[in-house]
Ligand binder design. Structure first.
Ligand SMILES: NC(=O)c1ccc[n+]([C@@H]2O[C@H](COP(=O)([O-])OP(=O)(O)OC[C@H]3O[C@@H](n4cnc5c(N)ncnc54)[C@H](O)[C@@H]3O)[C@@H](O)[C@H]2O)c1
Length: 442
């Protein structure tokens, strides 16, 4: 089929590349000229494992092309995926302006009947507004069907998620349009759920809100474990064996970040408020998460007193491993708090430094060498569970730091392993190991 994808971001580009790989003729459109120039050279503007080879291949064999021209991209498309950003507004509501602009462009440039699938995460009712836009602006003789097709991929495993996702959700009020989109996905052999449009929109928000709830829940249990002398590792393992609970998203830490959970949970709270149904549970989930973001700096202050003038090594900037995305990354909160305390921060990350630098400039130092970050540091904070950090020999902390004091926000190390070394180790929901006497107060 002739497919056009609006938006060459994490969702749009992966969608475009994977449908091209499946043999469709795909055009990927973005409004950012520089982004399209990078893509036309066969490079991805962001890091996603496995994406670039597929991009290069499909660009070379002509299955995939890029454009900044809505006319060229939409003119003869049979299916259009909208995958533009839906960022958060200051009040927590969703900024739908990119969705509406993309819809205007589609309405003004199509020359065939078309099915428009919304992949972007949009509040319940948005696809009806999109339909209205087409109703008002499209050429009268053309038929436009609107389908909700929310995306569930995870950054860092997006290609795998395209091929091996848990489900595909298709929300439509026209069974014919639903069936065409179903055919498109059928070769993937992933369970397909066909619903009405509003339910499809809700499935996306409810799923993210539920996962965020699981994370905040286990983090609260971890905080309690610390107070009552239990070990969260054993607790979450014991809980996760219960099939009704399951082991996923029961890993404690310093809270969720990224481009989806924070904004989607707030958007659902807004949506509930708009229909006079206060979503108190989700409000608490958000509050617990915000509190969790500050946990490491609070622990450091409790243990070490003033952090003024101290050198901090911050290990990990990306909001999670295998991505260079720093949107709503917990590392940013830690940096802000450390700078407010008067600490000097050197951050390590294997790939996210350019994105961090764009946002916070030279307020901290950066390095892609962990040992460099640890050199002369008074304490280290682990914000992202990169393999490079998980597999760092413990000797490195002892060799390079002033005193090996680690505040681990992702429970990267086993207590059994680390307690064999003279390292002070503070993690989440587990007993603190403090073997260095002077570490009690710097
Ligand atoms: N990132 C994820 O992991 C993820 C997962 C599932 C769902 N989502 C949802 O998918 C949507 C897209 O997310 P993302 O992370 O890919 O966003 P992104 O910000 O990485 O990319 C959006 C892209 O759309 C482009 N764009 C904006 N207006 C446009 C227009 N009118 N025409 C063409 N391109 C336009 C932007 O220039 C940008 O490159 C959001 O609604 C998000 O919530 C994201």
């Amino acid at each position: 089929m002739r497919i056009t994808v609006a938006g060459a971001g994490n969702v749009g580009l992966v969608t475009a590349v994977c449908f091209a790989e499946a043999g469709h003729q795909v055009t990927c459109l973005d409004t950012q000229k520089e982004r399209i120039e990078i893509l036309e050279k066969g490079h991805s503007p962001f890091f996603e494992p496995g994406l670039e080879p597929l991009l290069e291949k499909n660009l070379a064999n002509g299955q995939l092309r890029f454009s900044t021209s809505p006319k060229q991209a939409y003119r003869d498309a049979e299916i259009i995926f909208i995958a533009v950003g839906t960022p958060e507004k200051k009040d927590g509501a969703v900024d739908l302006s990119y969705i509406y602009i993309a819809s205007y462009h589609i309405a003004e440039n199509i020359e065939n009947d078309v099915i428009v699938c919304t992949k972007s995460t949009v509040p319940v009712g948005t696809n009806e507004i999109i339909k209205q836009i087409f109703q008002n602006r499209k050429p009268h003789h053309l038929k436009v069907d609107v389908v909700s097709n929310p995306e569930f991929l995870r950054e860092g495993s997006a290609i795998m998620d395209f091929y091996l996702g848990d489900r595909i959700v298709i929300g439509a009020d026209n069974p014919e349009a639903a069936s065409i989109i179903e055919q498109l996905y059928l070769p993937l052999k992933i369970p397909i759920v066909v619903t009405d449009i509003r339910s499809a929109e809700m499935i996306k928000y409810a799923s993210n809100a539920f996962l965020a709830t699981k994370i905040s829940f286990i983090n609260e249990i971890a905080n309690l474990c610390e107070k009552v002398g239990a070990n969260i590792e054993e607790v979450s393992y014991g809980m996760g064996l219960d099939k009704r609970i399951g082991p996923n998203h029961l890993h404690p830490g310093i809270g969720y970040g990224g481009s989806c959970f924070p904004k989607d949970t707030k958007a659902l709270v807004q949506l509930a408020g708009n229909v006079q149904h206060p979503f108190e549970l989700l409000e608490s989930v958000i509050k617990v998460n915000q509190h969790q973001h500050s946990l490491l700096v609070r622990k450091a202050k409790e243990m070490l007193g003033s952090l003024q003038g101290k050198k901090a090594a911050l290990l990990g900037l990306a909001f999670k491993p295998e991505t260079d995305d720093i949107r709503e990354a917990v590392s940013l909160t830690i940096i802000k708090e450390l700078l407010e305390e008067g600490s000097l921060v050197t951050a390590y990350d294997p790939i996210a430094i350019p994105n961090a630098h764009k946002l916070i400039g030279n307020s901290i130092e950066y390095t892609t060498n962990i040992r460099e970050a640890l050199k002369g540091a008074d304490f280290a904070f682990i914000a992202t569970e990169w393999d490079q950090i998980k597999h760092l020999p413990f000797d490195a902390y002892m060799t390079y730091m002033k005193e090996p004091i680690i505040f681990d926000g992702r429970n990267c190390y086993s207590l059994k392993d680390i307690q064999r070394y003279p390292i002070t180790y503070v993690s989440i929901g587990r007993p603190t190991i403090s073997t260095v006497k002077s570490a009690q107060r710097l």
